[in-house]
Design a protein around this ligand. Structure first.
Ligand code: SAM
Length: 194
């Protein structure tokens, strides 16, 4: 997707919602140095029958391998940009995966039942979410008790949140930090719904 618009370039390098015009940069395999889909699968502690929500999948760099792990379960992708969902869908359909659903979201609420997901995860997304408190309440609501909210943050992201700030943001919403992976630069924190 070629783009010559200087405003879009500006959005690409600054804080805020990642512009879909640069989605292709999220598919560079070099990203595995920071976090690979395989590492993420281990960190999510998945079971084949789990129902999993990925918030902000972009073009689905992690989604394909995660959907393959859920042979008896399903993966739901929820993004605020339809163009990102379209891109992810195209890549997922090419692989013949049938256990993935796509949901355009408003950025305020999550249109799912209570206690529905075993896992909710996001990679380099939380800093982009404008209404974090409202969203975290929604995540708490849709996650099963004992389920995990897993957040990965990577170096180079202009919206990156540091570990301690993330912990301070999430724990008061009814979660407990239960697992930590990676370094300060590139990390995953898993919070369990208590
Ligand atoms: C930097 S991209 C990361 C994409 C993917 N997680 C990855 O690591 O390749 C951030 C994604 O989050 C989405 N996003 C931003 N705010 C959101 C919100 N409030 N709800 C859902 N998705 C959101 C953007 O549209 C974009 O697809």
């Amino acid at each position: 997707m070629k783009n010559n618009n200087p405003d879009v370039l500006k959005r690409f390098v600054s804080k805020g919602v990642f512009p879909y015009q640069y989605a292709f940069t999220l598919l560079i395999p070099l990203r595995n140095i920071f976090l690979s889909p395989k590492q993420l699968i281990n960190r999510l502690m998945l079971k084949e029958n789990y129902t999993v929500l990925e918030i902000g999948p972009g073009p689905g760099y992690f989604s394909i391998k995660i959907a393959k792990e859920l042979s008896k379960g399903k993966l739901v992708l929820a993004d605020i940009q339809q163009k990102m969902l379209d891109y992810a869908r195209k890549r997922i359909e090419k692989k013949g995966l049938k256990n993935v659903e796509f949901k355009l979201c408003s950025g305020e609420t999550l249109d799912f039942e209570n206690d529905y997901f075993d896992r909710v995860f996001m990679v380099t997304v939380i800093g982009e979410i404008e209404k974090k408190d409202e969203y975290l309440k929604e995540i708490y609501r849709v996650l099963k008790k004992g389920g995990i909210l897993s957040i990965s943050e990577l170096a180079g992201d202009p919206d990156k949140i540091e570990k301690e700030d993330l912990r301070e943001l999430i724990e008061p919403k009814g979660f407990k930090l239960t697992h930590q992976f990676g370094s300060n630069k590139n990390y995953t924190l898993n919070f369990t719904k208590i």
